[in-house]
Design a protein around this ligand. Sequence first.
Ligand SMILES: Nc1ncnc2c1ncn2[C@@H]1O[C@H](COP(=O)(O)OP(=O)(O)OP(=O)(O)O)[C@@H](O)[C@H]1O
Ligand SMILES: [Mg+2]
Length: 249
Amino acid sequence: MKISNVNKTFGTKQVLFNVSLDFPAAQTTVIVGPSGSGKSTILRSLNLLEVPESGRYDFDDLHLDFAKKISNRQKLALRKKTGMVFQNYNLFPNKTVLGNLIEGPTQVLKQSRAAALKTANELLAKVGLAQYGGANPQELSGGQAQRVAIARALAMNPEYILLDEPTSALDPELELEVLKVLLQLAREKQSMVIVTHNMIFARRVADKIVFLENGHVLFDGAPQRFFAPNNPNERIRNFIASMTMENLN
Ligand SMILES: Nc1ncnc2c1ncn2[C@@H]1O[C@H](COP(=O)(O)OP(=O)(O)OP(=O)(O)O)[C@@H](O)[C@H]1O
Ligand SMILES: [Mg+2]
């Protein structure tokens, strides 16, 4: 999956400038950067929740030119390949946990209810919630709800899952439950793109780090290089230092 020369403007404000990025399959790409730098806009563009005004998007045999109209068929094909997980879970409140997990597979993928339930139960076990199929979303902690949202994304069997600050609404212990699940998925070579402010997690999980500032890619490479104390980019060194509070005396 890759984007090339992407530009995005909201009103009169340009928020992405000629962004080109590769998101390798079977790897975890982590996008970091200050608030307002364009991280969510990139992630949402990968799912076509936003459509940039120019640039290319290549994903397997799909080749989109953002300057041209994107057909519904292309949009659907792309959304099947990408599962989105949001900060606030966005579970269907009036469905049980299992109901949330089988909705897409039965309605969109036309799976039988029995097949969808089988997969759903396997996925719940995988995220440590095997006993929660009958629960309502309101009964779940934030960490549990987010793990259900991850299972729901996986139930659609997308090629990539895209996660936008999946743990920023959670307290640290609940966050850890979610991060463990994501680390496990990364070990299983699930293709992922994760936006996070958690630098400790980024360092652990990333195969590749992207640093954005003001809509420009300032770094695109290996976490070892990104987090190296001798990273030649002073702005990045300062960003890491503030995010890890290493200069808090
Ligand atoms: N729908 C929108 N309409 C107008 N401006 C928008 C819209 N969405 C985003 N923006 C602006 O685009 C810029 C990039 O926003 P984006 O949400 O991508 O940043 P971000 O890096 O995800 O920030 P954060 O870390 O706070 O989530 C910001 O200046 C934001 O105010
Ligand atoms: Mg954001």
